[in-house]
Design a protein around this ligand. Sequence first.
Ligand SMILES: [Zn+2]
Length: 140
Amino acid sequence: MNASGSQPDIVFDCPHCGKSLVIDRRGAGMRIRCPECNGTVAVPQPDYQGMSALELRLHELEDALQDRKRELSELSEELNYVSQRRAHLERLRARSLKCFDRIDRELSAMEQAIQRMRSALLDAGFSPAGGDPDAPPEAE
Ligand SMILES: [Zn+2]
């Protein structure tokens, strides 16, 4: 970075009198005289440590953000899976209901066949075993 004009100034305290001093960033490392106590003061280097601590924190936050994003995408994958599973189960249920429907229809067809056989036997003079003689004949 070479844009020294936009660089922030260096702020530091005079080690002799504690006066807060502000100097242009380009003065880093120079020896100056404190305007307050006239003591010789070495201008410190800019606060790179503070900067890198901030950058470190920024990286930590970015990592945490990535973690959250990964968790979020895992969650949405899971949601996707669960939704698909649910749709599958609903299809199965619909198929089962259709199956039950067919079984119902077959059962009632068998029931009608039994009724017909029973009345045919009755017509022929047989008393069918296990049948209910009081059952009303099915209307066709
Ligand atoms: Zn001073």
